[in-house]
Design a protein around this ligand. Sequence first.
Ligand SMILES: [Zn+2]
Length: 205
Amino acid sequence: MLYALLDLLVPQRCPICSGPLDTDAAGLCDRCAGLMLPIRLPTEPPLAAREAAAWFQGPLRHAIHGLKFQNEPWRGRALGFAAATLAPPLSAFDLIVPVPLSRERLRERGYNQALLIARGVSLATQAPMRQSSLARHLHGEAQSSKGRDARRDILGAYRARSVAGLRVLLVDDVTTTGATAIACAAALMESGAQSVASWSVAAAP
Ligand SMILES: [Zn+2]
């Protein structure tokens, strides 16, 4: 209700470059809409596919930085909606699950940017989204350790539920190595998911 009201009062901006919307390309300006193209990235089991909607560079890189580190949550849902409309997931799925944040990060940031993006993806694809299906139960940041240690730390950091028989689409803001998505996929498959694919707004080249 409040957001609907704000949409009427505040002129819409492009969630990537913050510029005016000349024509409405799924809620992006024409120039930013041109950045969207489905990307397939290398993956490994149990993650069946790893996809993104654009490369993590230029204005999109700035927008995601703002969303994560400069308290700009307004970008999240619009970005998810636009990216999933213009470069939709290639894998078939029944349920959208956002990658959870650690409790510390959530407290610091005040919101999970992957959840905001996932709401937009759900709106664009008409598929249900369920945040509670995946939780991060080990807290603290794996980034403090490097390479193989970080990978070992992150595997087993997630717990899943209520996904039996479902094809899950994991949604995140940026995919880099795929280690997070693989750890999430392991937990989801252990809980009986039929398959897990990941889709991110951006892929780090
Ligand atoms: Zn733009």
